[in-house]
Design a binder for this molecule. Structure first.
Ligand SMILES: NC(=O)CC[C@H](N)C(=O)O
Length: 357
């Protein structure tokens, strides 16, 4: 295996073994506590701009199958792990993790003490970093990392959204999804429920959306700072009294912004498959799949939206709804991929709202 290093903006330099592509990539280093689901996570467009570190110590065991992809390829900038399994075993395995990363030009580094690094990030927060398997000195790489723009300064949604309309499934109801970096499982969740899905570029104008005569609009998940995606916030405001609107993750943040809430960057985010979320009305607790670094802040009860669900680990907002209009959203991922299926009922709820409207 080739030599590789991980350099962080605070000056940390970690040497390890490289796998995947021989290259240098930059991004915000974040950690994910899911024990499995590395294929789904690497291909989740919300990870664009991030270097993904898995806390589970052995990764790659069951290999790779394109059916598990959440988009057309790897969207994360790099992968940091403790131990790489080089001989995967699984009935559906078609490739291995190293080849998978190589196919998409993405570097990986293993033999890293990921747990110590996670403790560091939990203490000081997410950090910008680079993985490199090239011949660049530590000093030079560190200054490149420090010069690299912060995640809040990059328009990542534009890099992952579809360039033209796409159509999926059939049925007697139609849903427009504004593609900010949608995961395939979200589209699948509606197609399975006999819904025609029209996927539009995130910048589609309100008039263009209405021309499709949809029964509702869903604002998808996606990477980066929601405050940068101003045109979608405008679209949500324009459509709010015309159609039901649902939001997942970035979509939840954009709907919240459209109705006056604020956004803050979390210290190290929520990324994993076991985040407990409580539904305030029913008192039920769900185990949810999460991947976000920003969160919604609703400090005033004068806003037209109210909190429906909260995170039981840190009390952050996990769900909101409009006080009068059929508009609701969640911060977590009801479609799973990877993660538990506890909250798949939300898709049935969305569909019921569409059908009744
Ligand atoms: N999965 C997502 O949609 C992420 C939303 C947003 N980019 C965040 O990091 O908070």
């Amino acid at each position: 295996m080739m030599e590789a290093k991980l350099v962080l903006e605070d000056g940390t330099v970690i040497h390890g073994k490289g796998f995947g592509s021989e290259t240098t990539k930059f991004g915000e280093l974040i950690f994910c506590t899911s024990m499995t689901g590395y294929v789904e996570s690497l291909t989740d467009p919300s990870y664009k701009g991030h270097i993904l570190m898995m806390t589970y110590p052995l990764i790659g065991n069951y290999g790779v199958n394109p059916e598990w992809y959440q988009s057309d390829g790897i969207k994360a900038e790099g992968l940091v792990i403790r131990e790489l399994c080089q001989q995967p075993s699984h009935y559906a395995c078609e490739s291995n993790l190293s080849k998978f990363l190589e196919d998409y030009g993405i570097p990986g580094i293993c033999e890293v003490d990921t747990r110590a690094l996670t403790i560091k990030i939990r203490k000081i927060g997410s950090l910008k970093g680079a993985i490199s398997t090239e011949d660049i000195s530590d000093k030079e790489l560190l200054s490149m990392v420090r010069e690299y723009p912060d995640i809040t300064e990059i328009d990542l949604v534009d890099e992952v959204s579809t360039k033209k309309p796409k159509f999926f499934g059939e049925g007697n109801r139609t849903l427009v999804i504004l593609d900010c970096g949608v995961k395939r499982n979200i589209i699948r969740s509606f197609v399975e429920r006999k819904t025609q899905v029209i996927l539009l570029p995130y910048h589609a104008a309100p008039t263009e959306i209405l021309e499709y005569d949809p029964d509702a609009v869903l604002v998808s998940n996606g990477p980066g700072d929601p405050r940068r995606v101003k045109n979608v916030i405008y679209t949500i405001k324009k459509l709010s009294n015309k159609l039901p609107i649902f939001g997942i993750c970035l979509g939840h943040q954009l709907i919240s912004l459209a109705f006056g809430a604020k956004i803050f960057k979390m210290k190290f985010g929520h990324r994993g498959s076991n985040h407990p979320v409580k539904d305030i009305e029913s008192g039920e607790v769900y185990i949810t799949s999460q991947n976000h670094g920003f969160a919604v802040d609703i400090s005033s009860s004068d806003l037209p939206i109210e909190i429906t669900q909260i995170n039981l680990n840190d009390g952050t907002i996990e769900g909101i709804k409009h006080k009068e209009l059929p508009i609701l959203s969640v911060q977590y991922h009801p479609e799973a991929g990877p993660g538990p299926y506890d909250t798949r009922w939300l898709f049935d709820k969305f569909i019921k709202i569409m059908d009744e409207y």
